[in-house]
Design a protein around this ligand. Structure first.
Ligand code: RRO
Length: 311
């Protein structure tokens, strides 16, 4: 039984990795994922300049998931670019993911120019969906801007690139976003980022649980799995077959991974549960997915990927 996959033209010996934002802020965290059973890693979204992010507390775990308003703390794109460029030399044959996010199109292009000028040979994940920078809307909900960004990006950047999207909640939005995405040579679409601007409260103290934005923050974990599966499958149904899907959202068990793959994902990412359990989680997830595949008689993920049945 193999959980191997192919994504963006690279082969991976497992279909699991971290979600950007979790276990990827610095070289220690990235190496912990690197040295786990995960196939590869993606870095924290890097901006042109390092950022401290929002005031703490800015991450809180609940019974069914998490709420965060980190505010894009990161060491700056140069840090992550240097780290992955060195790590790919230390691990020939492995492919890594660099997440980047600009505050406007010009910054996105400047970030990509840095990637072009570097030795980085991996995949770029352009984050179009950070929900937590005060005053800065989620790009993925502005359809015209997404179109304009992708047009400008693919005019100058010709190496593997995927986009991280926010969740969509209406069929017309799946249709409209897929129509835009299908115009471009994207390697993949990653659905979903956290469900933006949820509110979790403590009724004993009658207060919010995170400080930024009066407690509003991105929701992850068990709460978001049905929304994640809907987005994965909606894009699987609508996108050109050469645009692959990374499924992210609500993965805590091998069964959750099985469901994401059944909906069409070629790779899955783990956020909240990785935060809770640490990189050792990938051993359990791999064993659980393999057990389900064994019971069902599947030997590779291609045996069931995207083959969801309807009533
Ligand atoms: O740093 C964050 O607050 C953050 C980002 Br950039 C993102 O894309 N998604 C998220 O839940 N938090």
């Amino acid at each position: 039984i193999s959980t191997a996959t192919t994504l963006a033209g690279s082969n991976f010996d497992n279909c699991m990795m971290n979600a950007s934002g979790v276990y990827c802020m610095d070289s220690d965290e990235l190496l912990a994922v690197e040295n786990s059973k995960a196939a590869t890693f993606v870095t924290k979204s890097g901006t042109l300049q390092p950022r401290k992010g929002n005031p703490e507390p800015r991450y809180f775990e609940t019974e069914f998931g998490s709420i965060n308003s980190m505010g894009l703390p990161n060491n700056g794109v140069d840090y992550y670019l240097d780290f992955v460029s060195q790590d790919q030399i230390n691990h020939p044959g492995k492919t890594y993911f660099l997440s980047i996010t600009g505050f406007n199109l010009a910054e996105d292009l400047e970030l990509l120019q840095k990637v072009t000028d570097s030795d980085f040979a991996g995949v770029v994940e352009l984050n179009l969906s950070c929900p937590n920078v005060p005053g800065k809307p989620q790009t993925g909900y502005d359809f015209e801007t997404v179109d304009a960004i992708l047009k400008a990006v693919f005019d100058v950047y010709h190496k593997p690139l995927g986009v991280k999207l926010p969740p969509y909640f209406d069929i017309i939005h799946f249709d409209q976003m897929a129509e835009i995405l299908n115009k471009y040579p994207l390697s993949y679409v990653n659905s979903i980022n956290s469900i933006g601007n949820g509110l979790y409260i403590n009724d004993d103290t009658e207060t919010v649980v995170i400080k930024p934005k009066q407690g509003f923050g991105g929701i992850g974990g068990e709460y978001v799995k049905p929304t994640a599966l809907a987005n994965v499958h909606a894009f699987y149904q609508r996108l050109n077959k050469d645009i692959q899907i990374i499924g992210t959202g609500g993965i805590q068990t091998g069964k959750d991974i099985f469901e994401h793959i059944l909906c069409g994902a070629s790779m899955v990412q783990v956020g909240t549960a990785l935060m809770v359990e640490g990189p050792v989680i990938f051993e359990r997830l791999t064993a659980e997915l393999e057990a389900i595949m064994a019971e069902k008689g599947y030997s590779s993920i291609e045996d069931f990927r995207g083959k969801l049945n309807y009533l």
